[in-house]
Design a protein around this ligand. Sequence first.
Ligand SMILES: Cc1ncc(COP(=O)(O)O)c(C=O)c1O
Length: 328
Amino acid sequence: MHRLALNENPLPPLPTVTNAIARASREANRYPEFFPRRLEQAIAAWQRVPGSCVVAGPGSVGVAQHAVQALVRPGGTLAYGWRNFDAYPLLAEMTGVRALPVPLLPGGHQDLDRLAEAAADADAVILCNPHNPTGRLVPAHELKNFVSAVPTRTTVLLDEAYIEFVQPPERPETTQWIHEFPHLIVLRTFSKAYGLAGLRVGYGIACEDLARRLRTRQLPYAIGPVAAAAVEAALGCASELEERVRLVAGERERTARGLAEQGWQVLPSHANFLWLDEPERTGELARLLERAGIQGRVLPGEGVRLTIGDRADNDAVLAALSAGGRAA
Ligand SMILES: Cc1ncc(COP(=O)(O)O)c(C=O)c1O
């Protein structure tokens, strides 16, 4: 099977990271730190923000849950664009919060004007950038206007799970914005570009006051010693990991070009996946992918999201879909 449904990194962890994992696993009989303060300090130094501004948790989904629990009153409202990452409605449901989905604009853009309006009456708003599943990017200046337009009584959760796949200079440097916006939480993860999805570490960056409120929901011992050691080792390999990100971005462009030449509608992506904007052909796409042993994310009547895998995975996609594109 070609596993292209969950936006995972196709490459296994670097040897430095697997060695750190092996070493740490020998201490698996021991508890980790009660709260992951050492790891938070390391992430903060790497991100050039104060240590008191970083809150780590079990995946960025875990940190998002802490944020909603800490900042949205029971029965309050959480706004987000929809379609989006599947976890957002689940988060609302789990925390007893009312979801306020705002439809996407044609072409897969999040509707920033309507989201800002919705945010004015909501307790929190989530913006996903780059957006899952379309791969669209809100550029830095529009993003800043959006955060400025949201009243400071509403928390802005900026989900940047895929931000490392945005190639500079287009990559917004949002972590420094916490000094300007007291209601902003930037959510990041080690699951995607850093290839550690199975170890479950994410983090939020926010001003000191907001970070302190998030910490009230942190679960003791939630990040195990193996996961913490892997992340600390990965932070020391930033340049090798950036090189891997460039490889994935290169494969993304090659695959997107190939699919477009075959006649498929592919949106320009800034993440590690492609969105085939083919609402009327999702059944046909599902059949072509299944026949070739490719797992993708098919949203019937909307489109298909395919993770960028290794070269062989992406070649398999190009071969499987060559039979169906309009140019064929
Ligand atoms: C937009 C978005 N945010 C967060 C996540 C999950 O991140 P984590 O593994 O850190 O919980 C995903 C995973 O698919 C995602 O698409």
